[in-house]
Design a protein. Structure first.
Length: 95
């Protein structure tokens, strides 16, 4: 288990220690819905932006909490701008 601090607003982060899947091409990744599930306090993360890709959590409606956008997975070798609604510390399973 490891902890990551997020400040309110945009945070530049990478996630090299998260438990990842391998798509048989050597690319380790994690689906965004597993990285930031639809449970509090992870729901305080509302946007994730990468290079030419982004995802936003739907705030209301029948699909509230689901992720939409072109960003589907978090890759271990990339950095992301992560938007948090308040200062929080999240815990992640490590490798």
């Amino acid at each position: 288990m490891w902890q990551v601090n997020f400040h309110q607003g945009n945070n530049l982060k990478s996630f090299p220690y998260f438990s990842m899947q391998d798509d048989f091409t050597g690319n380790a990744y994690t689906p965004i819905g597993e990285m930031f599930p639809n449970v509090y306090p992870y729901t305080l993360i509302t946007e994730v932006k990468g290079e030419s890709t982004a995802a936003t959590r739907l705030p209301t409606g029948p699909n509230a909490g689901e992720w939409v956008g072109s960003l589907q997975t978090i890759d271990v070798d990339k950095g992301y701008w992560v938007m948090s609604q308040q200062d929080i510390t999240l815990e992640f399973e490590g490798m």
